[in-house]
Design a protein around this ligand. Structure first.
Ligand SMILES: *[C@@H]1O[C@H](CO)[C@@H](O)[C@H](O)[C@H]1NC(C)=O
Ligand SMILES: *[C@@H]1O[C@H](CO)[C@@H](O)[C@H](O)[C@H]1NC(C)=O
Ligand SMILES: *[C@@H]1O[C@H](CO)[C@@H](O)[C@H](O)[C@H]1NC(C)=O
Ligand SMILES: *[C@@H]1O[C@H](CO)[C@@H](O)[C@H](O)[C@H]1NC(C)=O
Length: 171
């Protein structure tokens, strides 16, 4: 009886969690540049969410630069760099918490940059500005793996007066 109860309760919860993390949630990124976004951006995503975007640079003397163009979520995000990615080892946190919405870019000089998003609920952790973006969730940001410098043509939500019209035309 107890076992049945546990199975009935646990199986739907487990499959829901698996479906939530599978659908274009995070992934491995090795291309020279690309776009990283939360599932169904700009729409809401299902929570709890636990996703990882792993950017790997396979070339020497390059850095990984992430441009924080459309960043609406100010909780649960952590940018961690690793020389060699291994979940069991601690990396170095280079950006997290509310600093994520203040920053314009993140530059990582190691081989791997992991962006992790962990949220139990979607309430009260998104920037909200009346009339502009009451219903935008998560983020839509870009990265590049380069031997060059940080580009100058980047913007973030503050730069564009919180209109939400902030794009990266270089990636
Ligand atoms: C990313 O790469 C790791 C290690 O190579 C692998 O275990 C994992 O399944 C990959 N994830 C995706 C979403 O492809
Ligand atoms: C997203 O928002 C819509 C409209 O408010 C709601 O019906 C839906 O349940 C939400 N979805 C998730 C995954 O939270
Ligand atoms: C990387 O930089 C080091 C030190 O500047 C240099 O010796 C090495 O040749 C460079 N490697 C590549 C592949 O450019
Ligand atoms: C996501 O960001 C890219 C790069 O800035 C932009 O081209 C694209 O239009 C954005 N997508 C949405 C849905 O805003």
């Amino acid at each position: 009886m107890l076992l049945w109860f546990l199975l009935l309760f646990l199986i739907p919860a487990m499959t829901a969690a698996a479906a939530g993390t599978r659908k274009n949630c995070g992934g491995n990124f090795t291309a020279r540049k690309g776009v990283l976004q939360t599932p169904d951006f700009p729409k809401n995503f299902s929570t709890p969410i636990d996703c990882e975007w792993v950017i790997k640079s396979e070339k020497e003397n390059t850095s990984i630069i992430v441009y924080l163009t459309q960043m609406y979520v100010f909780e649960g995000l952590t940018f961690t760099e690793y020389v060699e990615y291994d979940k069991r080892l601690p990396g170095v946190v280079i950006l997290s918490g509310e600093d994520v919405v203040k920053g314009k870019y993140v530059q990582c000089h190691k081989n791997v940059l992991v962006i992790s998003l962990k949220l139990n609920s979607i309430e009260n952790n998104h920037i909200r500005v009346m009339d502009n973006f009451m219903d935008v969730y998560g983020f839509n940001i870009t990265y590049e793996i380069t031997s060059g410098d940080v580009r100058k043509d980047h913007c973030n939500m503050m730069d564009c007066g919180y209109t939400g019209l902030c794009y990266d035309y270089g990636t």
